[in-house]
Design a protein around this ligand. Structure first.
Ligand code: LER
Ligand code: MN
Length: 271
């Protein structure tokens, strides 16, 4: 099977990494996607030895570390489009650290979500923010390329006013025109934007490098009313070979139930 399933680690709050990886493997996932804020406030606080431990732990359980998401949640005060060049510079330097961290873990994908840290600062202008964001990524892409990491712009309607839609994400990718800056489909976002999931996949296809599987109710795939069958069908049609990663925002059912029910559902719709 070409398509691989992963799960984002933040639902395993309070678990030892070893226990979370063991459980993820046991359920049957092939990969894990890491939210850096779950490991430390800043990745600069994570020494190489600890990075190697995480990487080796994943290897021990036969899990691939897909990459990173929720990139700029911590440390506080980061912002990607702000007119304040000192904040932008600090954010860029931190992003460089994230790229190195991703490489150290063996990850290949970084999801550029972080809606709050990219939304327009009140009074700012969309096209001016757009140009700043382009310059921001242009500076980072040589390092991403050197480290074999692809940055995936994630459309986030309802959560941000900067690149809220898949069309905007694709426009951004095309304007930057660099192999290490691509896009992805997040199921709840595509539905929130009013797209059919197969249309979202077809639209993103030339630049599609990652997928987040979830429901508009913020639970796992199959844990609400969103039918992911059209997503699965369209991904197969384009011969997608990346990860479909379960990403959940409501942790209340507990990590065990979320991880198990989500994978059972994915296996059914992707069968
Ligand atoms: C936010 O809703 C989201 O989908 C995450 O992937 C943000 O990094
Ligand atoms: Mn997402």
């Amino acid at each position: 099977m070409a398509i691989k399933f992963a799960i984002c680690n933040e639902i395993f709050q309070g678990w030892q990494l070893e226990d979370a990886f063991a459980f993820i493997k046991d359920v049957g996932y092939q990969g894990v996607e890491i939210a850096p804020f779950t490991l430390a406030e800043s990745v600069e606080q994570i020494p190489l030895k600890e990075r190697e431990r995480v990487r080796n732990l994943a290897e021990k359980f036969g899990l691939e570390i897909v990459g990173l998401h929720w990139l700029l949640v911590s440390p506080s005060g980061l912002h990607l489009t702000t007119p304040d060049s000192s904040v932008r510079e600090r954010t860029k330097n931190y992003f460089r650290e994230l790229i190195r961290f991703c490489w150290d873990l063996g990850g290949k994908i970084m999801v550029v979500g972080s809606p709050k840290q990219r939304s327009l600062i009140p009074g700012d202008n969309y096209e001016a923010a757009w140009e700043r964001a382009k310059a921001f990524f242009a500076d980072l892409l040589p390092l991403a390329q050197e480290n074999g990491v692809t940055l995936c712009i994630e459309a986030l309607p309802k959560e941000t006013d900067f690149i809220p839609t898949l069309d905007e994400a694709i426009r951004f990718v095309r304007e930057i025109n660099h192999p290490n800056l691509q896009t992805m489909v997040d199921a709840k976002s595509a539905v929130n934007e009013g797209l059919k999931l197969d249309e979202a996949v077809q639209k993103a296809a030339p630049h599609l490098r990652h997928v987040h599987a979830n429901d508009v109710n913020r639970l796992g795939p199959g844990m609400g009313n969103v039918d992911l069958t059209p997503l699965a069908r369209a991904l197969k049609e384009i011969n997608y070979k990346g990860f479909v990663s379960v990403e959940v925002f409501d942790f209340s059912p507990g990590a065990e139930r979320i991880a198990t029910e989500s994978l059972n559902y994915l296996r059914k719709v992707f069968a």
